[in-house]
Design a protein around this ligand. Structure first.
Ligand SMILES: NC(=O)c1ccc[n+]([C@@H]2O[C@H](COP(=O)([O-])OP(=O)(O)OC[C@H]3O[C@@H](n4cnc5c(N)ncnc54)[C@H](O)[C@@H]3O)[C@@H](O)[C@H]2O)c1
Length: 240
């Protein structure tokens, strides 16, 4: 029986929830930090699941979260940085407060989760994996996407920097999803068909890759990478 432990930010909804449930199904112990208490409460109660209500952009919350992880599980093998906020805002209306909020959650949150989680990883079991969920918006944009795109591009920089700082014990990779449908979300057929694979993404498209990256036997030679999972959209040239 695997006694491995994963910490997942934003693990109570949509992609993060998918990762939480998939890891639990593989017999991992999972600790979730999420700011949405209602969604957190809706997750199953299990001895293998630690639910922590907190904000990844607040240093104290992240430190207390890991104290809880250490107390309950005593080790840490995987950190999945997933919690993020989005939102379009016309650039000429974007306030400094709004800009900072997005950077605080999406980029500083990933830093805090990595900074205060790796000591436990290095202590027990002495090695591990970090997976940072970025976005294809790190490398392409629409108008009004400045804060989000900048935060997601920052995550790619953070990823290769951490891979250098934490190797060989800890591998650090990014996943850049394209359009991933939320739970119960439906879209028009033409929206599916615009993708080179003929469909938009499913939550399982991301969860399976997280499992692959967490498995030393399958992905042990991959670190510092950014894996784009977008049905080919960033390879499709569009002029009109
Ligand atoms: N869905 C997509 O199409 C898509 C595409 C590209 C990238 N992504 C990325 O995938 C990740 C998950 O996306 P999603 O669509 O599931 O998003 P979502 O908004 O449905 O879920 C995000 C989760 O993070 C939590 N969260 C938000 N702010 C937090 C904070 N300060 N502290 C703790 N938890 C917080 C939310 O409560 C929620 O549970 C994000 O990093 C997102 O940028 C998603």
């Amino acid at each position: 029986m695997s006694q491995k432990v994963a910490a997942i930010s934003g693990g109570a909804k949509n992609i993060g929830k998918g990762i939480t449930l998939r890891l639990l199904s593989e017999n991992w112990n999972v600790a979730v930090i999420d700011i949405d208490k209602k969604s957190l409460d809706k997750l199953e109660n299990s001895e293998k699941l630690l639910k922590f209500h907190g904000d990844v952009s607040i240093e104290k919350d992240v430190k207390i979260f890991y104290e809880n992880v250490k107390e309950k599980f005593g080790r840490l093998d995987l950190i999945v940085n997933n919690a993020a906020i989005g939102g379009f805002r016309s650039f000429l209306e974007l306030t400094v407060t709004e800009w900072k909020k997005v950077i605080d959650v999406n980029l500083t949150g990933y830093f805090l989760m990595s900074r205060f989680g790796t000591p436990l990883m290095l202590e027990n079991p002495g090695k591990g994996v970090i997976v940072n969920i970025s976005s294809t918006r790190a490398i392409m944009s629409e108008p009004g996407n400045e804060a989000y795109s900048a935060s997601k591009a920052g995550i790619l920089g953070l990823t290769h920097a951490l891979a250098n700082s934490l190797g060989p014990n800890i591998r650090v990779n990014a996943i850049s999803p394209g359009w991933i449908l939320h739970e119960n979300e439906t879209i028009a057929e033409k929206e599916h068909q615009q993708h080179l694979v003929g469909r938009a993404g499913k939550i399982s498209d991301i969860t399976e890759l997280v499992l692959f990256l967490a498995d030393e036997n399958k992905s042990g030679f991959i670190t510092g990478a950014n894996i784009v999972v977008d049905g080919g959209m960033t390879r499709k040239m569009i002029y009109i």
